[in-house]
Design a protein around this ligand. Structure first.
Ligand SMILES: NC(=O)c1ccc[n+]([C@@H]2O[C@H](COP(=O)([O-])OP(=O)(O)OC[C@H]3O[C@@H](n4cnc5c(N)ncnc54)[C@H](OP(=O)(O)O)[C@@H]3O)[C@@H](O)[C@H]2O)c1
Length: 238
């Protein structure tokens, strides 16, 4: 990243989004951050933890609908954003017979929301970088999660098509996390069970993802790249 500027985050109030917000505010010297999300209280609480003298933090409440996302470009003046980071997503099962509305929600959170946001924001960017979040297992999806993995596979394909369209001034790449950040609500044995599937023997936390994000931000020769961060899980024999 050539110089500090303005970062817009969609999905900032999630586990990785919060870690990324803190990282960008403390380590990358951003001057301005715009946190966009569907929960006003969570956005305000997060903004309060990172705002400081050298950093302006704004929040934009955006309901989770196509109509609301279609207004994003008009709400953020052209020339404002240098870095667009989209760690939004919704890892939920969709077994056969799942109601269409539920399928739509999963597709919106993992594909349509990020896609519309890029189409709304990128034309107003004069330079910088876009970072998306796929899933290391999108090419080896597990049964019962067809909507989630189809959405992530499509999101990952956007990185290739958009890299030429956005070049030469804007780069676009994606991080593909494996199973990380076992959430507090997970069953007590989940961490042990899943780490057995990782060749490196443990579940990574935010640290390896932030290191990889840094690489995508700092290496100006990277665009169209999918960077898997999963301890080898997606390439392990089944
Ligand atoms: N953590 C992992 O193990 C892992 C593994 C593979 C891939 N990933 C991907 O990495 C990204 C970040 O993961 P995470 O662990 O930070 O997830 P998370 O904690 O569940 O956060 C997801 C974010 O997406 C937002 N979101 C979910 N559904 C939405 C919807 N319908 N409309 C608008 N926003 C919505 C959430 O908003 P609220 O805060 O308002 O709920 C939250 O900000 C996701 O794309 C995820 O698929 C994560």
């Amino acid at each position: 990243m050539s110089s500090p500027g303005c970062a817009l985050l969609l999905g900032a109030t999630g586990v990785l989004g919060t870690a990324i917000t803190r990282y960008l505010s403390t380590k990358k010297g951003m001057e301005r951050m715009i946190l966009v999300g569907r929960d006003q209280k969570k956005l305000r609480d997060l903004a309060a933890t990172v705002s400081g003298e050298a950093l302006t933090v704004e929040t934009v409440h955006l309901p989770s609908t196509l109509e609301a996302y279609s207004t994003l470009g008009a709400r953020i003046p052209a020339g404002t954003v240098d870095l667009l980071v989209i760690p939004m997503g919704f890892h939920q099962p969709s077994p056969l017979g799942t109601a269409p509305k539920r399928l739509e929600t999963i597709l919106f959170a993992n594909l349509m929301g990020p896609l519309v946001a890029i189409h709304q924001i990128a034309p107003g960017m004069s330079r910088g970088s876009v970072v998306l979040f796929g899933d290391a297992m999108a090419n080896r999806p597990m049964a019962g999660f067809s909507a989630y993995y189809a959405a992530k596979a499509a999101l990952q394909s956007l990185v290739s098509s958009l890299s030429s369209e956005l070049a030469p001034n804007i780069r676009i790449n994606a991080l593909l996390p494996g199973i990380m950040n076992i959430k507090p609500v997970a069953p007590p044995d989940a961490s042990k069970r899943w780490s057995g599937k990782v060749p490196l023997g443990y579940l990574g936390g935010n640290e390896p993802l932030l290191l990889s994000l840094d690489l995508l931000l700092e290496n100006n020769y990277l665009t169209g790249s999918l960077l898997t961060v999963d301890g080898g899980a997606s390439t392990a024999p089944v």
